[in-house]
Design a protein around this ligand. Structure first.
Ligand code: PLP
Length: 487
């Protein structure tokens, strides 16, 4: 790892006619002779691997790419800030753009492409099912939703058993699954089922409150957004739904006051993704569980980002040993096809009746067949063991970077969802840009954190390559800070 750091140091030292690169504490500005160029103007290294492109597709120039993006902007609602790159194809953990450059993808479509890009198994199942039956609606039965639901139920019961062995009580009984099309829809359904359960069990009109946690992200539709207590997401869309309150993650002392007889559910990500990679402590989740039981509220785990193998187990709650009543899943479940799923305990399922909820697209033969392939692949012990190995390696490499760089204050996460948290005055977007210019794609999380969520098939060598790039980027950023410029 020190090779890339040494290279960056040598380049800086040569440019500044000074000895080795100085990793000075940020409070101590470097002398002007050590100043480095603003990385905005720094020349990125060429792509780390030979370019690759589809032979039938001519490479584009940057001007052509810019033109295409400008034309698209005439007709696409501008909701996203995106770099001027157009991607054409991928393979495993690697993506290629239309200019022939290749990138290591440490975003995986925001924790979606668990099996990587263009997985041959997924491609075969997609092609086969597309030639048979894509969509049917829920007017009729088909062959594929049941088997996927069975796998998920078996998986969640196995996770529950592991928790029960560690002292948790059984909750799920004959659990059942509802399929929808996205994460936010899964949480929307979970919220509706929780309110229905409260009406059904308590009969009272006042038991409708839902508690969520600071930095949580549960989605963008009105119910899920009401449970996402971050100002930038909520403020443009007020008034939100009534009955939502927030607490601080891992603050056990607030639970007695905030979870009351009028609470119908508490929704929590066992490991927060979007909000900055914050893990709920096992003792906190156990306290939430106990308080939910005391007042008759449901405990909903949102495992849309952290579930389906990402932490090294099929369900993230296995690490805490606390069993929920409801779990929502989505992102990786069908290898990139839109899908969401809500698993409800037997008690909750008993109060849901035909007509209570529904969806046109949810649970299609196409999505659920690909989902079954995905689940079968990820849940194999060998696959999960490889995720665990890769997660340990990724974390170790990031901790090395933290030890070596004054810009990093924390490395958080589990398995293949890790966060690098920076000092307050460091802009993570600069890190994202500099890494992208050197061939690694990243996404931020929360206000000062970079999220590392590669495909679950990422290799140890690819992790090493990413670590080298991060080291070089840190070297550049430290140089800029040393020069007294803001990052
Ligand atoms: C934990 C969690 N819940 C819900 C969602 C919303 O999922 P979707 O974007 O598929 O609606 C996300 C998306 O990032 C998420 O990370």
């Amino acid at each position: 790892m020190l090779r890339a750091r040494a290279a960056a140091a040598a380049a800086l030292a040569a440019a500044a006619a000074a000895p080795a690169r100085h990793r000075s504490p940020l409070a101590r500005p470097l002398s002007t002779s050590l100043r480095v160029r603003d990385p905005a103007q720094a020349q990125p290294r060429p792509a780390p691997h030979p370019p690759a492109h589809h032979a039938d597709q001519p490479l584009q120039t940057q001007a052509q790419v810019n033109d295409q993006i400008a034309r698209d902007a005439d007709v696409l609602l501008q909701l996203y800030a995106r770099p001027n790159i157009v991607f054409s194809h991928g393979s495993g953990a690697v993506l290629f753009d239309t200019q022939g450059r290749r990138y290591l993808d440490f975003t995986a479509g925001i924790a979606v492409n668990a099996l990587g890009h263009a997985d041959p198994g997924v491609a075969a199942v997609v092609a086969d099912q597309a030639s048979k039956l894509v969509h049917l609606s829920n007017l009729y039965h088909h062959e594929h939703a049941g088997p996927l639901a069975r796998m998920i139920v078996d998986g969640v019961r196995a996770a529950e058993s592991a928790c029960v062995e560690r002292g948790a009580a059984e909750r799920l009984g004959a659990a059942k699954v509802f399929f929808c099309n996205s994460g936010t829809e899964a949480n929307e359904a979970a919220i509706k089922f929780a309110r229905k359960f409260a009406q059904y069990t308590s009969g009272g009109a006042s038991k409708f409150n839902i508690l969520s946690f600071e930095n949580a992200f549960h989605g963008r539709t009105m119910g899920a957004l009401s449970a996402t207590p971050t100002r930038k997401y909520q403020e443009p869309f007020v008034p939100l739904l009534p009955g939502f309150a927030k607490a601080r993650l891992n603050d056990i002392s607030s639970l007695d006051t905030l979870i009351t007889e009028d609470t119908c559910a508490v929704i929590v990500e066992p490991l927060q993704g979007e909000g900055g990679i914050h893990e709920a402590k096992p003792e906190f989740l156990a306290a939430v569980r106990a308080r939910c039981d005391a007042v008759g509220a449901l405990l909903i785990f949102d495992e849309i980002q952290c579930g389906v193998g990402r932490t090294g187990t099929m369900f993230a709650f296995e690490h805490a040993g606390v069993v929920p009543d409801v779990v929502s899943l989505a992102k990786p479940l069908a290898s990139g096809l839109p899908i969401g799923a809500v698993i409800v305990s037997e008690r909750v399922a008993a109060c849901i009746k035909p007509g209570d909820h529904g969806t046109t697209f949810g649970g299609s033969p196409f999505a659920t067949r690909v989902g079954a392939h995905t689940w079968r692949t990820i849940s194999s012990p060998e696959f999960l063991a490889a995720v665990q190995r890769a997660g340990v390696h990724l974390r170790a490499r990031m901790l090395e970077l933290k030890d070596a760089s004054p810009l990093i204050v924390d490395v958080r996460g589990r398995g293949l969802i890790q966060g690098i948290a920076f000092r307050e005055n460091v802009d993570p977007q600069m890190f994202v840009r500099l890494a992208r210019e050197r061939g690694v794609l990243l996404v931020s999380a929360g206000c000062n954190t970079i999220r590392l969520i590669p495909p679950l098939i990422v290799s140890l060598e690819q992790i090493d390559r990413a670590a080298e790039v991060f080291e070089e980027v840190l070297g550049i950023m430290e140089g800029v800070i040393g020069s007294g410029k803001d990052l």
